[in-house]
Write a protein that binds this ligand. Structure first.
Ligand code: ZN
Length: 188
């Protein structure tokens, strides 16, 4: 399964940028996102995280460290890991449980790329992470699941192409079906 995921590990160095404050985590959820810039694949997102170009205002109820960071970025060809799964990222809901308890996966939607390859790769990676961390399928959630305090609307339409009218519906259930399909292959 991991061979098909084609995972590269390219961590943001510990103690810098999005990892300048290391906050331990026992992951209980996996949060699925989609990038909405339409220009960059996984390698470019990895570079951006290492260069610190993905900044976010640090405010009372906003981003806690001034940088965005998440655990994995997936595109049509590979997955890249940016930080260990036992550290908290900044990708979901500021100081809420989405950041404190979940592994964040960003799916690239760059133009010209195969969305279905990216989605299948993400489903495989999610299944492996469920297995490794003892996370049940019901705790695989879209970014939408985590309300963001102070934002309107609080629930983000993310990953947008797996939401129906901005919220989880048939497309999201279809994705969970693919995750479960791969998860069951790991059991045998
Ligand atoms: Zn998101």
């Amino acid at each position: 399964m991991m061979r098909q995921v084609n995972l590269k590990v390219d961590m943001v160095p510990k103690g810098t940028l999005g990892r300048r404050v290391v906050r331990p985590m026992s992951p209980r959820y996996i949060t699925i996102h989609s990038t909405e810039n339409y220009t960059a694949g996984a390698a470019q997102h990895s570079l951006a995280l290492k260069r610190g170009t993905l900044r976010s205002a640090k405010t009372l109820h906003g981003n806690r460290i001034g940088f965005l960071i998440w655990h994995f970025t997936v595109d049509e060809r590979m997955a890249i890991q940016h930080m260990p799964t036992n550290e908290q990222g900044e990708h979901a809901d500021f100081d809420g449980p989405g950041n404190r308890l979940s592994i964040g996966i960003e799916m690239c939607v760059n133009r010209g790329a195969s969305l279905s390859s990216t989605v299948e790769r993400t489903a495989r990676l999610t299944a492996v992470l469920m297995k490794r961390n003892g996370i049940p399928l019901q705790n695989v959630v879209p970014h939408y699941h985590w309300p963001r305090r102070g934002k309107h609307p609080p629930n983000k339409n993310c990953p947008h192409f797996l939401m129906d009218n901005g919220r989880p519906g048939a497309k999201w259930r279809g994705f969970l079906g693919r995750v479960n399909y791969y998860y069951r292959q790991l059991d045998t």
